[in-house]
Structure formats: C-alpha cells, structure tokens
Design a protein around this ligand. Sequence first.
Ligand code: ZN
Ligand code: ZN
Length: 357
Amino acid sequence: MKAAVLWERRAPLVIEDLDLADPAPGEARVRIVASGVCHSDLHHIQRESWVAPPFVPGHEAAGVVEAVGEGVTRVRPGDRVVSAFGVRCGECFFCQRGQPYLCATPYPTHVRLRRGDQAVTPLLNVGSFAERANLDARNLVVLPDDMPLEPAALIACGVTTGIGAVITTARVEPGASVAVIGLGGVGLNVVQGAVLAGAARIIAVDLVPYKLELAREFGATHLIDAREGDPVERVKQLTGGWGADYAFEVIGNPATIAQAYEATRKGGVAVVVGVAPEEATVAINAVGMMRTGKTLVGCNYGSVRPAIDFPRYVDLYRHGRIKLDELISRRFALDEANEAFAAMERGEVARGVIVFE
Ligand SMILES: [Zn+2]
Ligand SMILES: [Zn+2]
C-alpha cells in the first residue's frame, strides 16, 4: 500500500510501500478517496512536536469502508465515511462532559503500519496520505449517498475547526462584528461561520492579497491588508473605535494572538484557533485584562462533536449554505504531496486536496 512517510523532521516526504495490519477491534479499514492538506500536518513535519517520525501525515480524510474489526457496528463495508482525528473514547472525564475534543485517553500504540520491521505512526490517529488507513470507528461518520467525498474530506478538519470556532466555541450572535486574523483554509471557514451566525461586519485580515480576495468571496465585508499598517487600529476604525465583538486568531503566532486580543472590544471575546509552537507564550497587559472584562478563549478543533456536527455541515453544504468546493483550489496525486505543502506555504491555495485513484 502506497503512503507518504516523513522519516525525519523537515525532510521531504517519501512515497513508500507500507504493510497495513488487519483492522484491530474497534477499527475500520478505509480506502482513502480524498485527504485535505492542512497546516497542522506541516507543523508536525517542520516543528518539534509530540509525534515522532516516522509518521504518515494527513488527518482530513474521507473514503470508503472496506473491512471492519471485531465489535464494530456503526459502520459496514461499503459505507462512505468522513473521519474525525484524535481520540474520543466516550468514557473519560472530558468525553463524559460532552467535550470529546478534549479526550484524555492516550493515542493507541498498537502497530497499524510498518515498512519491514519499522513501525510507522498514522498522524493524529488518521494518517490519510495513504491509499488505506485503519481508523477508529468512533471517529467515523457515515455520509449520505449524494455527498461527494472531496468536499466531505474538508469537513474532517478545516471546515469544522473554522465554523465550529464561531458557532460552537464562541456562539457569535446575529448582528455581531467579527475580525478574523489569518485566512488560510481554517480562517476562510471562520469567515463563512460568521456569515452563518448572522454577523453584520466580518473583517478579514491577512498579508496575502489572494487570500483577502478569497475572504471576500466567502463573505467578508471588510478587508485589511496587514502590510499597510497596524491591523488593530484598522479593526477599531471599522468598529466605532471600540474593537470587534469577536476576534479570531487563525495563525498560531503569539504576536497575532495578542493582536486579536487587542482588536477585541471591551467585554468582547478573542478566540485562539491557530496552532502555535509548543514553547510559545503570549504577552498581554495584566491589569487590562481586569479593566476591559474581555474573554480570551482557546478553541480546540472547533469544539467538535463529530456525530452531531459533521452531518450538520454536510446538510448545510447540500443546501448551499456553506461553500466547500470553493475551498479546493488544487488537487494533487499522492506522489505530489511535497508540492502540495509547498503550494500551501507559498499561500497559493485555500485548500489543497490529495486525491486517490
Ligand atoms: Zn487540520
Ligand atoms: Zn475520552
């Protein structure tokens, strides 16, 4: 089975022929049809992270179930599925409190993938830059027959993280003003989440003109090119001098997290969506936190509950209420995986998608 493998941090991915084990109890073997290319994959490739190489990247996947392991009843061979990433055990402190995106159960350690004697880790419990993957059936949501798999794949991460940040984490209300700093695949979904929530003013901030134009297509009402002056001041000018009701940071950079906080009005909510480097810290004026009464909130994976939220996003797409096809700017074959990341780094794509024959 062909898969893209990262053998060493910051090295190019190598297409390898890997052995895939039979699905373990609770797992389904899924033939991957489409896998989105996400910045978090790139973080694990380039930064020191908690996932040691060798690993197979890819965590935004849709495909078709081929076989199931012992005890799996929620999916059957032939089912078309989208997979959440991570672990959601259903039993831990957090899962029992309806916060499965915070699940505390460790990642499984049994070997699913190997090349010879070398075990290879599927990144984030998915590893979908591969023709097939054994996936935890608890992460799978069955798709309706008329839902195409390429846009469905995007629901697995970017769409859910971005829209979920707005409607589930922050609960933006109609008429609100929203600033979005960073307009990658997730940031554009924050923009369309704000449209969905009925936000009146949606202020999109980025350094790349192409992404600003995309944000306009996704529903931004105001664009700020951050190369042309302090974006915090510009957001304030556009919101009566006070700042936005909600500001979303979708980059993962301490400086832009501080900007999102500063661009939020007194009593407003700043939401950290971006994935910052492991050791990074944010400097925020301490007494200001008290005086301004602002809320600074972290958002993990759009606070997703896949069984509830994935079908909602499918339905919103099928009724033309959210854009998914428009997110896909380029398709790549598996052996073009390195080029897919390069295009993302150059800011050329909203979302690239690896598609399989
Ligand atoms: Zn992702
Ligand atoms: Zn759990």
